[in-house]
Design a protein around this ligand. Structure first.
Ligand code: ASC
Length: 129
């Protein structure tokens, strides 16, 4: 039903927005725009590691409609999209592990990989403004 599609779109957008909410302060710490708080960083990295596993199920058949930045390539190249989702979950888990070190030198490259994973899928599968 149309409602299922709308719910799926709202679901995945909510998850991505919540990832972004938590990713932002980590990015600011990595860039030195705000002070590094190891405990806060680790807490947010743990949150993102869980969230990273969630959006995939929101990309149900027929949900490439309406007010969404999801490109049809998601459903046309589902294997590639799923590989990107796997990479997201894997790299977010790696960041949560790295964050436990409390050491920005350890965190930084792992965070960079996660950021590249975000951008890679956005380039291929998302309508960017
Ligand atoms: C963000 C954000 C993204 C990623 C990406 C990282 O803060 O909104 O989509 O980081 O730009 O390369």
């Amino acid at each position: 039903a149309a409602t299922d599609v709308e719910d799926a779109i709202e679901y995945r957008q909510g998850v991505f927005n919540t990832i972004k909410w938590n990713f932002g302060p980590m990015a600011a710490m990595v860039k030195g725009k705000i002070d590094f708080d190891a405990a806060e960083f680790s807490r947010r990295a743990d949150v993102v590691a869980v969230l990273a596993k969630l959006p995939r199920e929101g990309f149900i058949e027929g949900s490439d409609v309406g007010e969404t930045d999801a490109r049809p390539e998601i459903w046309e190249n589902k294997d590639d999209f799923d590989a990107g989702m796997d990479a997201l979950a894997k790299n977010a888990a790696a960041l949560a592990d790295a964050a436990k070190s409390g050491d920005m030198d350890v965190i930084k490259p792992v965070f960079g990989e996660l950021g590249k994973t975000c951008k890679g899928c956005h380039d291929d599968f998302r309508v960017e403004d």
